[in-house]
Design a protein around this ligand. Sequence first.
Ligand code: CA
Length: 229
Amino acid sequence: MSRILIIEDEEAIADLEKDYLELSGFEVQIENRGDQGLQTAMNREFDLIILDLMLPGMDGFEVCRRIREAKNVPILMVSAKKDDIDKIRGLGLGADDYMTKPFSPSELVARVKAHMARYQRLVGAGQKTNDIIEIRGLKIDKTARRVYIDGVEKNFTTKEFDLLTFLAENPNHVFSKEELFRKIWNMESVGDIATVTVHIKKIREKVEFDTSKPQYIETIWGVGYRFKI
Ligand code: CA
């Protein structure tokens, strides 16, 4: 369950926010002081923090700044004064959103959900591992579009990369030059199948130890090429 911390000294507002958020399926904790709110934010993991500006103990500006130094959690700042919102923006404290009181609870819930979804997408993207093909000393990082031979990166043009990756993804399958040209260069492209030959030559110069005895891309005379595994 997603957890939200509300740092708010006006109990009626804090309770109202809590009720609506709990109805939407969130687990909510309330802190009524800035300093205590900061401590809780640092010591426990939350998926989002709703932070009031005027607070006893430590104001919302300082709380926001300190949380942001340590954590990426989304922070939604709230204030009764429009001027304060402008000030928060100007200070660049790293708050993700701002709301002026009074706001409707449904608007709060909608914003909370939007920020949480965005944050989880970011976190999810960060944890996703790269899509990698490894065959003997050749490593193709499809996500980063990089190629390594025995750990050393080789520079590939877009089409060289696409051609090598396509062949490596379909090992032991013989493709004619026409098929490869259609597949990598598309039908609209101007050019001819000699382009394929040129690119294969360039790829071999980068990946093969001895281009006269290729260990990755093999020429099948009169037919085309195949990636050997
Ligand atoms: Ca307040």
